[in-house]
Write a protein that binds this ligand. Structure first.
Ligand code: PMP
Length: 416
């Protein structure tokens, strides 16, 4: 019989302690302590990541894979070790399924060019949703232009939720690929991925998930999800820029041609015939971003040391608090009120253009993003040119929410 123990709960996040890991948070902006509410665009890096990168650059750097000398072997071990770290982080079956890319954008483009473009033809359909980031729209439009296949778009409702019934109706025998965000960067909506993936698979479609906004906020298990492709960026996960991951099921990756040619992706080259390297290197032409991979691995260690559940609970608390506070401001409208959201809060203030609002908040040291958030169709759907967006990470506090609200009151004063 199982011992009668209470379930293990991660310790709640001590955000003040976490903040000490992020030296940049001690910055002052326009005479005010920085209130960083733009982690959805790019998260800050903890010392643990900065030091791992410095350690690699200081002691282990050389080119990978091609050298017998000690430093080259150290660099290769660091780089391939980072790949194994990623595999564990998302619970992929094999490191052959982990391709290092520049970021989410490149991960999606890789699948578009190496999976979709060579095999799709007129009559085939790619299904996306109306809340996608441009990175999960434009590469598919390019495939459609090149191959003659069509793009279908599943609608959202006024809360910013996917209309699941409509999505299911758009799935059919022509659907070859479904490409969806796990979490919307403009609205915060968390999509019902398991339902989407099961339904797509039932129609024989392959599913790509844009996980850019999900991986920092939830434990992602690609095998449990059943995703065929899952891609994300390091810089939103407290890691360096210029590196990200494309996970692909081995069977699919093995069936795809390489998408870029050059060093590292080959086994043999002659003018008559070139043979390609094994997975995952077949998709990594040229010298890769080793220090980025090392930093990403350190970022994964870091978030797991805090506990992804603890991070998510902390952020949900802040999101709930900020939502309640902003809802009390009569001239503020929250854009994106889905029942299931991650830590993104988009809003507008009556009579104030979001860019002006962003500038006034910046004068108070409060960093929010303003604009279309690379999701112009979402803005069009809501009839808006832009929104202001506050987003929360592991280092944000209730004090940050209070600073946002105070700065919004100031903004109203300026414009009334
Ligand atoms: N998808 C989503 C949902 C995003 O939020 C972003 C980044 N804003 C991207 C894709 C693109 O990520 P990157 O610029 O790191 O390639």
């Amino acid at each position: 019989m199982a011992a009668n123990v209470s379930p293990v709960r991660p310790a709640p996040l001590d955000a003040q302690r976490v903040r000490a890991d992020f030296p940049i948070l001690a910055t002052t902006v326009n005479g005010h302590p920085l209130v960083y509410l733009d982690s959805a665009a790019s998260a800050q890096r903890p010392l643990q990541v900065l030091r791992a990168v410095e350690e690699y650059e200081t002691h282990s750097h050389a080119n990978v894979h091609r050298g017998v000398h000690a430093l080259s072997q150290a660099a290769t071990a660091a780089y391939e070790g980072a790949r194994e770290r990623v595999r564990r982080f998302i619970n992929a079956r094999s490191t052959r399924e982990i391709i290092f890319v520049r970021g989410t954008t490149e991960g999606i483009n890789l699948v578009a060019q190496a999976y979709a473009r060579p095999r799709f033809k007129a009559g085939d359909e790619i299904l996306i949703t109306a809340l996608e980031h441009h990175a999960n729209i434009v590469p598919w439009q390019m495939v459609c232009e090149a191959s003659g296949c069509s793009l279908r778009v599943a609608p959202i409702n006024r809360r910013g939720e996917l209309e699941l019934e409509e999505f299911l109706k758009l799935l059919g025998p022509r659907t070859r690929l479904v490409a969806v965000a796990h979490v919307s960067n403009a609205l915060g909506t968390v999509l019902p991925l398991k339902r989407i993936i099961e339904a797509a698979h039932a129609h024989g479609a392959v599913v790509l998930v844009d996980g850019a906004q999900a991986v920092p906020h939830a434990h992602v298990d690609v095998r449990a999800l059943g995703a065929d492709f899952y891609t994300f960026s390091s810089h939103k996960l407290y890691g360096p820029t210029g590196i990200g991951v494309l996970y692909g099921r081995e069977e699919l990756l093995a069936s795809m041609p390489p998408w870029q040619g050059g060093g590292d992706m080959i086994l043999t080259v002659s003018f008559e015939k070139t043979t390609y390297n094994e997975l995952p290197w077949k998709f990594e032409a040229g010298t890769p971003n080793m220090s980025g991979a090392v930093g990403l691995a350190a970022a994964m260690d870091y978030v797991e040391s805090l506990g992804l559940t603890a991070i998510a609970e902390h952020e949900q608390h802040l999101l709930g608090l900020a939502t309640a506070e902003l809802a009390r401001l009569p001239d503020v409208e929250i854009i994106g009120t889905a029942a299931h959201k991650a830590s993104v809060l988009s809003f507008t203030m009556k009579g104030v253009h979001p860019h002006d609002l962003g500038t006034i908040l910046d004068a108070e040291g409060v960093a929010v993003r303003t604009g279309h958030h690379c999701a112009m169709p979402v803005m069009t759907f809501f009839g808006l040119p832009a929104t202001a967006r506050a987003s929360f990470g592991c280092y944000n506090t209730e004090g940050d929410v209070a600073s946002l609200v105070a700065a919004l009151h100031k903004a109203r004063g300026v414009f009334s």
